[in-house]
Design a binder for this molecule. Structure first.
Ligand code: ARG
Length: 409
C-alpha cells in the first residue's frame, strides 16, 4: 500500500522544532562546502558528511578535516571499490548495456551505490534528510534521488541547487566568506569531471562546442609499467575471474585491465548523448579496462549463446541501459532484467585471448566447455549428419511462403 510521501513538494525547515539531521554527499569541493554551511545556517540542520572511494582516490584525512572545520557533526568514509566493481560494473558488462549504443554508463552506476551506502549511514545515525550537490540540469540528481526514494521512501530529500538563489561559483565564494568559512584552494577546474575505477567522464568548457575536438590531456591516466600486447581472460557465469591464468578479485582485475586499456588507447569515446531531460550534452569518456572486458565477453557470448538468446539479450540490453541511465537502478524493472541476464549467463564460461595494437584490439581465441560452436557442422567438408542431403526438404518447406507470395505478386 502506498502512503503519502512526506518529502514531495516542500522544503524541509525545522526552525523551532528539534534539530533534524541531514546527510550530505560530500566531495570537499566548493559546491558541497557551501551546501554544508548553508544547511547549518539557513536550514538549521545538523549535518553529517559522506564520501566513498570508488577508485577516484579521495584523500580521507583531508576531507574529514575540511568537513569538520566547516561545521560538520561527523564525516563518514567508505572504501566501496570492491563492491562497485563486483555489484555494479560486472553487472553492466554482463548485460551488454550501452546507452545510445556507446556509453558504458560509468557515472550512472556510481550514483546508486553512493545512495545506498548513504542509506546505511542514515540508518545508523538516525538521519532524517538526504542532501546532494548535483544541479537541476543533469542526470545525477535523478540517480541519487530515485535511489533514495526506492530504498528509503519515508526519508526526506533536500537539493540546495534547486532551492537556493546563488547563481554561480563567485556567489558561493562570497557566501562562505561572509559566513566566516573562507574557501581556500581549488574552486573547481575548467571541466566537470566524474571519475571512478571504471571510467572518467569529462564535460564542459570547450567540449561544449561540438565542432571542436578534445585535447588528449583530459585523458590523464598514467601507468608506470609497459604492458604486454596479449592477454587471456577467464569467465564463469559471465563474470571475469582470472587474467592470464591468475585469479584476481573484482577490483584488482579491473585495475590490471585498465593498465592494458590505457597503454593501448582503448575505450575512449567522444559522445553527444541526450540527457533524460532532453538536453543534448557532449562528453569524453575513458573506460579502458571496462571496454576490454566488454569486448572479451562479447566474443564468449558468440560461441556460448544461441541466436535467440543473443537477440533477446540485445533487446534487453537497450532497456537495461535506458533504466540505468535514467536512474532506475533500484527498481523492479531493472532487477527483473538482471534476472534474465543472470539466467542467460549461466553457460557463459571459458577463456578469451586478445591482442592489442595502438587503439585497437582483436580476438585471438575463444574456448568454452559450453560452446555451441561445431567445427564439423560448419565445415565445408562433408559432415556426419549429411546436412547437404537433408537440406533439400528443409529449403523446400522454407520456400513455400515465397512461392505463394511469388504467385500473387
Ligand atoms: N553525461 C554522463 C552521464 O549522465 C556523465 C555525467 C558526469 N557527471 C558529472 N557530475 N560530472 O552519465
Amino acid at each position: 500500500m502506498i502512503e503519502e510521501n512526506k518529502w514531495l513538494g516542500h522544503i524541509t525547515n525545522n526552525s523551532g522544532g528539534e534539530m533534524k539531521k541531514a546527510l550530505l554527499a560530500y566531495s570537499g569541493g566548493l559546491d558541497t562546502s557551501a551546501i554544508l554551511v548553508w544547511l547549518q545556517k539557513e536550514m538549521n540542520l545538523e549535518v553529517y558528511c559522506y564520501c566513498c572511494d570508488m577508485g577516484n582516490m579521495p584523500d580521507k584525512e583531508w576531507l574529514e578535516k575540511r568537513a569538520l572545520s566547516f561545521g560538520a557533526k561527523k564525516f563518514i568514509f567508505d572504501d566501496a571499490r570492491e563492491e562497485f566493481v563486483n555489484d555494479y560494473v560486472f553487472n553492466v558488462i554482463k548485460s551488454g548495456a550501452l546507452y545510445e549504443g556507446e556509453y558504458l554508463l560509468g557515472t550512472a552506476i556510481g550514483r546508486p551505490l553512493i545512495a545506498s551506502k548513504m542509506g546505511k549511514v542514515a540508518e545508523e545515525y538516525d538521519i532524517d534528510i538526504f542532501v546532494h550537490g548535483a544541479t537541476g540540469k543533469g542526470n545525477d540528481q535523478l540517480r541519487l534521488e530515485q535511489s533514495w526514494s526506492y530504498l528509503y521512501p519515508d526519508k526526506e530529500i533536500l537539493t540546495p541547487w534547486k532551492e537556493w538563489s546563488f547563481k554561480g561559483r563567485n556567489e558561493l565564494l562570497n557566501y562562505l566568506e561572509a559566513q566566516g568559512y573562507p574557501y581556500e584552494g581549488e574552486s573547481g577546474g575548467r571541466y566537470s569531471i566524474d571519475e571512478n575505477i571504471f571510467h572518467k567522464s569529462t564535460e564542459g568548457a570547450e567540449l561544449e562546442d561540438v565542432a571542436i575536438s578534445y585535447n588528449d590531456e583530459i585523458l590523464d591516466h598514467k601507468i608506470e609499467e609497459t604492458m604486454p600486447s596479449k592477454i587471456t581472460l577467464s569467465f564463469k557465469k559471465g563474470i571475469p575471474f582470472a587474467l592470464n591464468g591468475e585469479e584476481y578479485g573484482a577490483k584488482d582485475l579491473l585495475d590490471e585491465l585498465n593498465k592494458y586499456g590505457i597503454q593501448y588507447n582503448i575505450g575512449i569515446a567522444d559522445i553527444v548523448e541526450e540527457r533524460v531531460n532532453g538536453i543534448k550534452s557532449r562528453g569524453v569518456y575513458h573506460t579502458p579496462g571496462g571496454t576490454v572486458l566488454a569486448f572479451a565477453l562479447k566474443k564468449l557470448k558468440e560461441i556460448c549463446w544461441s541466436h535467440k538468446t543473443t537477440k533477446l539479450a540485445q533487446m534487453m540490453s537497450i532497456e537495461y541501459a535506458e533504466l540505468v541511465y535514467e536512474g532506475a537502478w533500484f527498481s523492479t524493472a531493472r532487477t527483473s532484467l538482471d534476472a534474465f541476464f543472470n539466467s542467460a549467463a549461466q553457460n557463459l564460461e571459458g577463456t578469451v585471448s586478445l591482442e592489442f595494437g595502438p587503439s585497437f584490439m582483436k580476438v585471438l581465441s575463444r574456448k568454452s566447455e559450453k560452446s555451441l560452436y561445431s567445427k564439423s557442422l560448419v565445415s565445408f567438408e562433408e559432415d556426419e549428419f549429411g546436412i547437404n542431403k537433408s537440406a533439400i526438404g528443409f529449403c523446400k518447406t522454407r520456400n513455400l511462403q515465397y512461392i505463394n507470395e511469388g504467385k500473387v505478386k
